[in-house]
Design a protein around this ligand. Structure first.
Ligand code: IDP
Ligand code: MG
Length: 139
């Protein structure tokens, strides 16, 4: 059993696809064990995306991620890290497989609707960034 962090980014919230994204997780039998809506400050967005600090899109990405509310969720299931990445589709929606969240709803490579952790170590770090143990279901 694995856990991963999912974020519905500000564009997903403003486009009104919160319910649709959650429906896709539930339809796959993925369990939601934590969920809340928050708005990150610019500083928090920079900390969350620190791994991308040297990328040319870092400033723009962290402006975007702090531009409005996001829905953060902890998903649980077998191989949920890779299953969530498959449901999301490729980072660039133009390259995302048909039927994936990004292919269906994303407008560009930055405003791509969802975030998903990419490995067990990053998932653990990203979950702890947003949630205390008290906020997560334990069974
Ligand atoms: P991922 O979200 O599919 O894991 P990453 O490479 O980890 O993709 O990049 C993190 C986020 O940074 C992306 O989801 C996207 O919002 C943004 N991003 C990635 N590459 C670019 C780019 O080339 N231009 C603008 N934004 C980008
Ligand atoms: Mg990533």
């Amino acid at each position: 059993m694995e856990r991963t962090l999912s974020i519905i980014k500000p564009d997903g919230v403003s486009k009104g696809v919160i319910g649709e994204v959650i429906r896709r997780f539930e339809k796959e039998g993925i369990r939601i064990v934590g969920m809340k809506m928050v708005r990150m400050t610019k500083e928090q967005a920079k900390a969350f995306y620190a791994v991308h600090a040297d990328k040319p899109f870092y400033e723009s990405l962290t402006d975007f991620m702090s531009s409005g509310p996001i829905v953060v969720m902890v998903l649980e299931g077998e191989n949920v890290i890779s299953r969530n990445r498959e449901l999301m589709g490729a980072t660039d929606p133009a390259k995302a497989a048909p039927g994936t969240i990004r292919a269906d709803f994303a407008s560009d490579v930055e405003k791509n609707i969802v975030h998903g952790s990419d490995a067990p170590e990053t998932a653990a770090k990203e979950i702890a960034f947003f949630f205390s143990d008290f906020e997560l279901l334990s069974n």
